[in-house]
Design a protein around this ligand. Structure first.
Ligand code: OOG
Ligand code: MG
Length: 263
């Protein structure tokens, strides 16, 4: 069920996408549309995706967010969400990110996978995901909520494509049977100082559970995760704010490092 009209969905998608492209903040959309529902929120996100694809951007992956307790607590939100990643979000390892192109970026250490089989809900489990995992990839996400002061509720952030903005992959890619995603440790360093640490189990008990949840959520819209999809499973620790001049290094157990600098 949706409560908003097609034209309101389209107008809110344009509004939020413009805030992203022009790097300015806006007030959270539920202030003006308090009755919007979950379908409306995802309809707006899917409309932003449609707009980008119509402009020639390629969807190159999916992500889950708010999958760890640290993230849910930090954002005051109680359930995970999904979003999409397009080509220009990707920054090469050791690359440079201009803060002038963003609003108030934060970094997150994540474990990503690439699938080799279609995953389809309902009923998708950790076992199905492990059986469909081609490789495990270290990934750092740069999130940048379009909402003032990085404050929102779950419906507003779903519509805003889960604050997606940039991501970096690197390190050593491993096969699923070469790593234990659950105990896999991560260390986030900024300017050489350790700022936070965590392990894969922070993500819904096991990062593969996040991918299973994604398949099950997509099933509600009749969608699947195609074979060959890159999926970021969600921040392991709370997100860390960064500013121009910061250099970020995330060290992953068994998977090497991912680095970037903010200018
Ligand atoms: C929403 C996106 C969260 C994650 O990994 O938890 C996310 C936000 O906190 O702005 O990407
Ligand atoms: Mg994330």
């Amino acid at each position: 069920m949706s409560t908003l009209s097609r034209s309101t969905i389209a107008q809110l998608a344009e509004h939020l996408e413009n805030a992203e492209l022009q790097a300015h903040d806006v007030k959270k959309i539920t202030d003006d549309y308090p009755d919007m529902d979950w379908d409306d929120a995802y309809d707006i996100q899917w409309e932003i995706r449609r707009r980008k694809e119509a402009r020639g951007n390629k969807v190159i992956g999916l992500k889950m967010g708010l999958t760890s307790y640290a993230k849910m607590k930090q954002m005051g939100v109680e359930n995970p969400l999904y979003a999409f990643l397009v080509d220009y979000f990707n920054v090469p390892d050791a690359g440079t990110i201009k803060v002038s192109e963003l609003i108030h970026p934060k970094v997150e250490a994540e474990i990503a996978i690439i699938t080799n089989k279609e995953l389809k809900g309902p009923g998708c489990t950790v076992a199905h995901v492990l059986g469909a995992t081609e490789s495990v990839v270290p990934a750092v996400e740069i999130i940048d909520s379009r909402y003032e002061n990085f404050r929102f509720d779950l419906k507003s952030v779903i519509a805003d494509n889960a604050s997606s903005s940039r991501f970096v992959t690197g390190g050593n890619v491993k096969r699923a049977d070469q790593v234990d995603m659950k105990t896999l440790g991560v260390v986030i360093e900024i300017n050489g100082k350790v700022v936070t640490t965590g392990a894969g189990a922070a993500v819904l008990g096991h990062p593969a559970a996040s991918v299973a949840m994604l398949a099950n959520m997509l099933a509600e819209r009749g969608e699947v995760i195609p074979a060959g999809t890159f999926i970021m499973t969600g921040g392991i620790t709370e997100a860390v704010a960064v500013k121009a001049g910061d250099s970020v290094c995330v060290r992953y157990q068994d998977l090497g490092t991912v680095t970037m600098s903010f200018v």
